[in-house]
Design a protein around this ligand. Structure first.
Ligand code: NCD
Length: 296
């Protein structure tokens, strides 16, 4: 694999092969992973805030014996009006083998790949995609249910502005899950992807699903929490109680407790939230390792 920018257009076999690698890393105790990134430098360029994604890339590279070079944009020459292209090319001139990039503008990881010729992993670009989060979520669903095919997943909330949904929904469809996007019309995409259902009502969906995948309202992108959002779409105790006994609750984080989800559900027995975080490490190990193999 040369770069990992999108899940759109990936085949089921390609996704399964990355998941297979991810499962192998999940089964290996920390400290005993094959050092397949020995001698590899991964440059981490996060132009937007991040907790779990940045740290799990660092953890993944470290576990595989690689090194991480971290650009801190708020302490970089971007503050001296250096352009994004010059910043990327400056890092690239030091010859790391992989760039991991998060940026508030859509398409920046792809541009960085074209500018530098280096392998790039998209760690989230604007409202577009976040493919390694999708991989972590596929691993989590597959670990929980044995397979993703045939699962009924509701993706609930601000789908229109969610890069997580941008990568997860096509990946779920490719893997054979049936997906319903749930939210008020202004928070759902105008044209949902082929094969994906849409509902503006959460309550009738709840008993029918295997997983409720909640999304945060992206307030930093100018979206507001409209009147009626909480009463219509918050996953509270009584709604969670109407889900099937084996059904699970997922969320990519960060959680806005009290808005899309309540404490009791976020921390309750159905919640896979911290498992998603944990699985972010083997997911990113799988991606970095298959890129490193493609470099040799
Ligand atoms: C998300 C992101 O930054 O795209 N979080 C994550 O990486 N796990 C989701 C969000 O910000 O709502």
């Amino acid at each position: 694999m040369k770069s990992f920018l999108t899940t759109r257009g990936m085949s089921r076999e390609e996704l399964s092969s990355l998941m297979g690698r991810g499962f192998r890393h999940m089964a290996t105790p920390p400290g005993q992973a094959h050092r397949s990134l020995e001698g590899t430098v991964v440059a981490s360029l996060f132009f937007e805030p991040s907790t779990r994604t940045r740290l799990s890339f660092e953890m993944a590279a470290t576990r595989l014996g690689g090194h991480v070079l971290t650009l801190l944009p708020e302490h970089s020459s971007l503050l001296k009006e250096e352009s994004l292209r010059d910043t990327v090319m400056t890092v690239a001139a030091m010859a790391p083998q992989v760039l991991v990039i998060r940026h508030h503008n859509e398409g920046v990881p792809d541009l960085a790949h074209r500018w530098s010729g280096l392998a790039v992993v998209n760690a989230g670009d604007g409202t577009n995609e976040h493919p390694t989060q999708a991989l972590a979520d596929l691993l989590t669903l597959s670990q929980q249910f044995g397979d993703v095919a045939g699962l009924r997943v509701a993706v609930i909330g601000d789908v229109a502005h969610s890069r997580v949904a941008g990568s997860l929904v096509p990946a779920l469809v490719t893997c054979g899950a049936s997906v319903t996007l749930v939210g008020p019309p202004q928070l759902l995409p105008r044209e949902p992807p082929d094969g994906v259902a849409v509902s503006h009502h959460l309550d009738p969906i709840l008993p029918e699903i295997d997983a409720a995948y909640l999304l945060r309202v992206q307030r930093e992108r100018g979206v507001t929490v409209a009147n009626g959002y909480i009463s219509g779409f918050q996953l509270d105790d009584s709604r969670a109680a109407r889900m099937a006994p084996e059904a699970v609750v997922m969320h990519p984080g960060p959680l806005n407790r009290g808005i899309e989800i309540v404490e009791e559900v976020a921390d309750g027995p159905r919640s896979l939230v911290l498992r998603q975080v944990a699985n972010g490490v083997p997911a990113r190990m799988a991606v970095l390792e298959s890129i490193a193999e493609g470099l040799t």
